[in-house]
Write a protein that binds this ligand. Sequence first.
Ligand SMILES: C[C@H](O)[C@@H](O)[C@@H](O)C(=O)CO
Ligand SMILES: [Mn+2]
Length: 595
Amino acid sequence: MSRLIGRLPKVGIRPVIDGRELGVRESLEVQCMDMAKAAAKLIEETLRFPSGEKVECVIADTTIGGVADAAACADKFKREGVEVSLTVTPCWCYGTEVMDTDPLTPKAVWGFNGTERPGAVYLAAALAGYSQKGLPAFGIYGKEVQDGGDQTIPEDVSEKILRFVKAALAVAQMNGKSYLSIGYSSMGIAGSMVDVNFLQDYLGVRAEFVESVELLRRIDNGIYDQDEYKKALAWTKENCKEGKDYNTPETQKSAEQKDAEWEKVVKMTLICKDLMNGNPKLKEMGFGEESKGRNAIMGGFQGQRQWTDYQPNADFTESILNSSFDWNGIRQAYTFATENDCLNAISMLFGHLLTGKAQLFSDVRTYWSPESVERVTGKKLSGIAENGIIHLINSGSTTLDATAQQSDADGNPTMKPFWEITEEEVKKCLDNTKWPAAIFEYFRGGGFSSQFKTKGSMPITMCRVNLVKGIGPVLQLVEGWSVELPEDVHYVLDERTNPTWPTTWFVPRTTGTGFFKDVYTVMAKWGANHGAISHGHIGADLISLAAMLRIPVNMHNVEESDVFRPSAWSAFGENLEGADYRACENYGPLYGFKK
Ligand SMILES: C[C@H](O)[C@@H](O)[C@@H](O)C(=O)CO
Ligand SMILES: [Mn+2]
């Protein structure tokens, strides 16, 4: 069940048809409506929201042969809460008379590749109309000719329909929600300087600001679910073991102090959940305003410095919230950023909305060349790591799903949407995580960091939204793999860093040229101290999402053939990257206005 206020967006399917009666329209009614039903079936059987709920399609009551049918369809879609539209047809139709003209609805048109009727001719005419009207639409047209009666959806068409709908639903889910900023920025981290106009103009997201002192007020006044607190503390003591204390004897905390810190970090976790999405229990306790929450689809906790200079850090809170489980069981992961890095939260949210999976928040800490690894460990990197690795290690916390203790159908390490995770896998994630006392030199107030290394090897994609003055937002992404180093190599490299923090060794897919020339260049081109990492190679999905949001992509290693953007982008030139920048500049932010 979604934690957010309001209903989930629906996908509208628009079967458009040649409106000529006395033979033409009648001959096409069944095939046209069957295309719509096939598309709805594909979408509903394949996609789920990150909350686990099914995606619902709404098909127009009739085929759409002219503006009256189009208006009736638009009216139904509005009543039903449709926020994404897919138009389908096997034939010629009347372009602007039947088009979806809602400026905010992400739209695509699938023209059947058949010869009996000119479906492709309509597709081109419709896309021309959308381009002319400043309503960029995605065009879908299968590579192979299909016979008139063929109601199957070819693989290439299916891939594009699903890519479009996933990205479009992500756009729709963000609109109207909040980013919860607890505190603001720390240590001069620019990404934590929440840009309210970027959130509003590009994502339709409201910035909600809460001072960190609110956590103390609620802790001191017991404004949290006391019963859940007891349950959470017991679960934490049972499942979250401290491991080695890396602090010096002089700075190590006593057992009593640590117990007090555990109690506080569990309370912090309950309170951050309540701040994000409210809690009806608080109303029963007489805290009506606190029970409402901030309708936050993502959030962040400034943490360092002031807070952590005398309070326990939020490493435990962030780790648990970003995981697909807690003391209440297996559940949808939150999107909750360390250091309140709002830009990384957005990057994590993109991955979460596209995959339904928990996302990693990591510092992009060290490039290790094969030579340097051999110098310090005496060992050679091998396998996919042989040309160098990047150390992804957040300063204290990341999702426990990143232990990679979940398995796919073939038994390989993976990260799954919560509804596919088993209790046994949850236990393995917890059993492979230690919670060493926070490093005193950084975190005087204490706390407990999540310490683990990512198991085996998984396909992963790291992405990041950066703000560049004069351009606005840009998105960068890199597909690659996590890799598990031999324990003796991992140990030497990890001990030189902050071994209390969670490690994922990353091997980007390099191409030998440009930004992906080699592993070193990928790190050198990374635009900030943080990255958001998703399981899977989701670069093409991110590229489609970025185009819908008018955010240009400045770096990616996705095959050009997999780049899927609105058809209008082609009018901005053959060079995909330059065209992307020009198109995003031309259309401007979805909800804002061109400067
Ligand atoms: C050392 C600082 O306290 C850490 O938080 C730093 O490594 C960061 O994570 C900055 O993003
Ligand atoms: Mn950091």
